[in-house]
Design a protein around this ligand. Sequence first.
Ligand code: 3PG
Length: 306
Amino acid sequence: MKVLIATQKPFAAAAVAGIKEILEKGGHEVLLLEKYAEQADLVKAVADVNALIIRSDKVTAEVLDAAKELKIVVRAGAGYDNVDLAAATAHGVVVMNTPGQNSNAVAELAIAMMIFMARTQFTPATGSEVQGKTLGIQAFGNVGRLVGAKAKALGMKVKALDPFLSDEQIAAGGAEPVHSLDELYAGSDYLSLHIPALPSTIGSIGYDLITKMPKGATLVNTARKEVIDEAGLEKALEERPDLKYVTDVAPDNFAVLQEKFGLRVFATPKKMGAQTAEANINAGLAAARQIVDYFATGNTRFQVNK
Ligand code: 3PG
């Protein structure tokens, strides 16, 4: 089978080598499309491929229409909001993710971002310490649990809210369970977001929630920019000069936020939560193994469009 690795933001070279080795051993041919400039390049490249490995690359209905031989797309990562699942299902294409494989990298970035903001973006201005502060975690999945464990090691108190988990499951993950967003935001000096971008979560974090946070609080977003109501965030930062926002996914209004709020806001230039050699290797190799297994045995364990 022809397998295309299409990564606008490339994997580390070691990950690409490992992916190729697994796929070639499985009898597949590997093609590589990296750092492509336009979506049209992806549309062109998928014409005769049977499998696709992607990161945040957009697999739209147009891509799926053009990929006449496509059987499977594996998103090497957790979030699959970049894949048109309905169109994939309509084309009979299996979509998988590789849950957990890049979680540690994202969790480390969330912790780094908290400390970066606590220490006023590494400027000489007097900062604060995270020890003794409370971290609220919104969604206690693979990343949220790792963030919690690392925060506890730093001496933070950890609370979490997750509608899909029982109190016992949250406590077993080392956090104090919280039952409403209002309670979570009101009690968190740091609030770390780990929710996916879904119709129900898009634009769900706005003025009302953000202004519930206590004095001096910081909102940390290593999830998706779409979950933030950007106008609400701007209004909250305007009214509450004590609040801060740090994000791995720059909001559309970031230039305005930066001009208005200076060191109280920070955004990475390009999403980098999962951009470590380890995460690239873990997620990339898992994607390759899942493709080999799918063609060899029909295993659909990680399929997300069942
Ligand atoms: C994910 O959902 O796994 C992360 O957002 C990583 O995205 P990336 O592969 O584009 O870095």
